[in-house]
Design a protein around this ligand. Structure first.
Ligand SMILES: C=C(O[C@@H]1C=C(C(=O)O)C=C[C@H]1O)C(=O)O
Length: 205
């Protein structure tokens, strides 16, 4: 009787330990999974980051054109034109216009940061005018205009993602590979700020 009870107790303890172990393993696996962004979120983020990079990559051509022409880096009338278009296109695409504007204002600031850094460098080194820089009106601004609707579409897809801490980490990590601002990451940080702030907002709701 005593032996039977003893073996029942040890079987019971063994089963209990096994159940706890399974729960711990499943819990750890679930945590590891939820630390990774969902598979379908990654291409959406990557695409947006690539477009941000493409836009920022144009800033050095803008800087060259303005270095030669002497035009100011800050062009508020041009920005206002883009803003008008962003509002129309965002509304059409079903993207919150104030979010889209916030995003584009940061892209302007990031571009101007790159331009200022380059002009400062060229001033210090007394850089001569560039041979045949691309034309702001003919080449550069049309390229930027092509990117506007693409960015808005990408913002629409981005807004469908449930943004959480793991997505934010993913954005930060991937942006280091996908976005090269040519000035050590300062402009990249400015350009991405509205995406990372959105995540904070989404998380608290
Ligand atoms: C790119 C330019 O320089 C600045 C940056 C802009 C932008 O990122 O679209 C727009 C106007 C300027 O303030 C430009 O003048 O076209």
């Amino acid at each position: 009787m005593g032996v039977e009870r003893g073996s029942f107790t040890s079987v019971f303890h063994f089963t209990l330990r096994a159940i706890i172990l399974v729960i711990l393993v499943l819990g750890a696996a679930y945590q590891a999974r939820s630390a990774e962004p969902a598979d379908d979120a990654r291409p959406v983020v990557d695409h947006l980051l690539k477009l941000v990079d493409e836009r920022l990559a144009i800033a050095s051509d803008v800087a060259k054109a303005k270095w030669n022409s002497g035009d100011p880096i800050d062009a508020p009338a041009r920005e206002a034109k883009i803003v008008d278009r962003v509002v129309v296109e965002a509304t059409r695409a079903g993207v919150d216009a104030s979010f889209a504007l916030e995003f584009f204002r940061h892209q302007f600031d990031a571009s101007k940061l790159i331009q200022h850094r380059l002009h400062d460098r060229w001033q210090r080194t007394k850089h001569p005018p560039f041979d045949a820089p691309p034309s702001l009106a003919e080449d550069i601004r049309p390229k930027l205009d092509q990117l506007t609707p693409q960015l808005i579409e990408s913002l629409r897809d981005f807004k469908r993602i449930t943004v959480n801490a793991s997505i934010r980490r993913y954005i930060e990590n991937r942006s280091e590979t996908l976005i090269n601002d040519g000035i050590g990451g300062e402009a990249r940080e400015v350009a991405l700020r509205p995406l990372l702030e959105t995540s904070v907002l989404n998380e608290s709701f």
